[in-house]
Design a protein around this ligand. Structure first.
Ligand code: NOJ
Length: 720
């Protein structure tokens, strides 16, 4: 339904004004006392008129600044159509939550929802209307730095998290002033660049795309995300941004997405490099025809649409459709009623960095940390233990992670400072920087550690080494840090390694050298306090891996829901009779740490589990009751995971597919019975005709605490 207001505006607007709505410019065009800044305009070969009619801007925030820019802009807007402010509010605004991959590791959609709702509340108070989030690209290759922005390798987990993020950012529609519009990205399959190299070609079959990559985008759209962003990559041989099959057939027709489609930064211009458009005019034409409403920073629409519209009524019609969608979005944001959305510096101060927000960020960090190894109960540590704290990340605020532009590492409590609040006896000596070492300092750190009872090494990578444009071919820790760790390991003292990273790393040697390994990701504003709580045992680290951790780079891409192949390996790989099976001759097929893995301070078992019935139909979902017991003498949290496998399908089936999970917290020696349900439709798969349906036949269901679980029971599926 188009409102009277939008209809009236559409009638009054000139074609130039409508095209203006389709243009997004960056912040530098709008700074200063006037709207127009001539420098960037000149560079882009744009006239002032183009700027005054530009419908949206990215990267401006702050109550005062946004007010000022909006006021100046409205002075120039003939019809009083407000400017739309968009920004990348990814895992927090001022209060920084753990990175999205860590939020995925929480295996708790409520954690993602709270993180997104908090980010929305703070950034809305800072004048942001739309966030370029969530990023729901399925990822399997840790060489690609943007895995940190995703929730991992699993279609189901990604879908659950996508929905939670959209509802967190947007609340229940219609949007209120504490929520912002979500822009799902990057449509589509941006997470599958060949060889993990940023911006590289993506080429996966449409069958696989629909089976594994599409579900999370679909879930976000079903959750009513108001925008979608195109991706830089190609898909099915055509760049996504101008791919009519992807954008028209799949996004608009099948997924019924009626919101605003925005290009990624200069993605329309890049069509020329892709070799699918001869020039920018051609690129503009292709993008508009594919249904891209907003051109982010290629200037193609600004320069060429007016002329194209005057020659071709179809182009004019498409411009009308896009302009109308953008006006509807502005209306959904309430901008025609209040172009400032209740902005004030008082509200901004009250809403940001509150104790409540920071506590929520800390809880999220605690729930996303993954305990990868804990020999002989090395952790938790007694708070009186004499600790030697070493490593480049021990005493820095660089624990926020990429895409946290409003977060301030200098104002962030370091791990050392946070530990000081709980541990009475420790020394800090980094020993090495991330990539540079002075051997005298390294020796000092090792020698100092000799005097202490336990060593805690905080190793990892700086935030600048994950996120956009940070692909890498070597995913081991830098040599300097491994040298330090080897030196420490020789002291034969309990050695705890905390890993700060935005991506899965090859931790094979770290695992071998350490007694305990805690994966803390980039834990955000209160990451230090969360780590201190985990080390002291005040909280159980309850994250589970949302991506498989390989033994080495050569195994990549490695993921749990793989296909069996015609020659699956079982038995001993080195045996002669196993020579021609699917395997490596220099490494196991299995990863170092599997998807879904993570230890607890509790000691959990599934003592009993039953299916309500062994036949699943459209009216009768797969329902499992399981009894979980914590036999430890203290509380703990686990994640019960349910996987299924279809025995025989028309297409190949993954060896296992996550279908449900539940986080369970139990006190010492406590027992709880839980129910997990998988609806009939969720058992559906994509067939070779590219349609999704649920097959009748034999299946197995597996239950456990990670993706290697083997306890299984059979069930059948019937159409009724
Ligand atoms: C490029 C990135 O790919 C995208 O994720 C981001 O939202 C835009 N730049 C805007 O910053």
């Amino acid at each position: 339904m188009v409102s009277k207001n939008v209809q009236d505006l559409m009638e009054k607007m000139t074609i130039q004004e409508k095209i203006g709505q389709l243009i997004q410019l960056s912040a530098d065009f709008f700074q200063g006392d006037n709207v127009a800044i001539t420098g960037p305009l000149k560079e882009a070969h744009l006239g002032e008129a183009a700027l005054y009619s530009a419908g949206s801007v990215l990267g401006i925030s702050g109550a005062q600044t946004v007010r000022k820019v909006q006021k100046n802009y409205l002075k120039h807007s003939r019809l009083g159509i407000p400017l739309l402010f968009m920004a990348d509010v990814v895992h927090g605004y001022k209060t920084i939550f753990p990175i999205p991959l860590a939020l995925g590791a929480s295996f708790d959609p409520q954690v993602m929802k709270t993180a997104s709702a908090t980010a929305a509340k703070e950034s809305a108070a800072g004048g942001v209307h739309v966030t370029f989030a969530p990023m729901v690209d399925l990822v399997r290759d840790p060489r690609w730095g943007r895995v940190m922005e995703s929730t991992g390798e699993d279609p189901y987990l990604n879908s659950v998290m996508a929905k939670a993020a959209v509802t967190g950012f947007q609340g229940t529609l219609p949007l209120d002033q504490n929520h912002i519009a979500a822009c799902v990205k990057h449509f589509a399959a941006y997470g599958a660049p060949e060889a993990g190299r940023e911006y590289n070609t993506v080429d996966i079959s449409e069958w696989r795309f629909r089976e594994q990559y599409l579900p999370a985008y679909a879930a976000a759209i079903e959750a009513q995300a108001l925008l979608v962003m195109t991706s830089f990559n190609t898909l099915f041989g055509v760049p996504a941004t101008v791919n009519q099959h992807l954008m028209r057939d799949i996004l608009r027709d099948e997924l019924q997405f009626h919101g605003v489609l925005i290009s990624d930064w200069d993605a329309i211009g890049e069509i020329i490099h892709h070799g699918v458009a001869g020039d920018l005019q051609h690129a503009a034409d292709l993008a508009l025809k594919a249904g891209v409403d907003i051109d982010m920073m290629s200037f193609a629409y600004a320069k060429y649409l007016a002329k194209a519209a005057s020659l071709d009524p179809q182009i004019e019609q498409l411009i009308n459709e896009s302009a109308q969608r953008i006006l509807i979005l502005k209306e959904q944001l309430g901008l025609f009623t209040d172009p400032y959305r209740g902005l004030s510096t008082e509200r901004e101060t009250e809403a940001t960095l509150t104790t409540e927000n920071l506590d929520a960020a800390q809880a999220a960090a605690e729930q996303s940390m993954v305990l990868l190894k804990n020999s002989h109960h090395t952790l938790p540590l007694n708070t009186a233990t004499a600790i030697s704290l070493v490593g480049p990340v021990a005493d820095t605020g660089d624990i926020l992670g990429s895409w946290s532009w409003q977060g301030d590492p200098d104002q962030t409590e370091t791990i050392a400072d946070a530990l000081a609040k709980q541990f009475s006896n420790f020394t800090v000596m980094p020993g090495t920087q991330y990539h540079h070492v002075q051997f005298s300092k390294l020796n000092d750190a090792v020698n100092a550690s000799r005097q202490q009872e336990t060593i805690v090494a905080v190793l990892g990578l700086p935030a600048s080494e994950s996120g956009e444009a940070t692909s890498m071919t070597d995913i081991t820790l830098p040599a300097e840090q491994l040298t330090l760790l080897r030196g420490l390991a020789q002291l034969n003292k309990p050695l705890v390694t905390i890993v700060i990273t935005g991506r899965p790393l090859d931790l094979t040697e770290v695992d071998a050298l350490s007694d305990a390994v805690l994966l803390a990701w980039f834990p955000g504003s209160r990451g230090g306090a969360a780590i201190a709580n985990v080390l002291s045992g005040r909280v159980d680290p309850s994250g589970r891996l949302p991506m498989t951790f390989p033994r080495n780079i050569g195994q990549v891409p490695i993921y749990y829901n793989a296909y069996n192949t015609g020659r699956p390996i079982s038995g001993t790989p080195a045996d002669d009779e196993n020579k021609y099976l699917s395997k490596y001759i220099d490494a196991a097929n299995s990863p170092l740490y599997p998807f879904g893995f993570g230890l607890s301070y509790g000691d959990f078992t599934i003592t009993d589990w039953t299916l309500s019935q062994h036949n699943v139909t459209p009216d009768q979902p797969l329902t499992i009751q399981a009894t979980i017991h914590n036999s430890a003498d203290h509380a703990g949290t686990t994640v019960v995971q349910l996987y299924t496998h279809q025995q025989v399908g028309e297409t190949v089936q993954p060896v296992k597919q996550l279908q449900a999970f539940k986080k369970v917290s139990l006190g010492a020696d406590q027992t709880q019975t839980i129910t997990l349900t998988v609806p009939y439709d969720q058992l559906s798969t994509i067939h070779s005709d590219l349609h999704r349906s649920t097959d009748q036949g034999d299946y197995t269901v597996m239950l456990g605490f990670d993706s290697t679980c083997t306890a299984s029971q059979p069930f059948t599926v019937a159409h009724q």
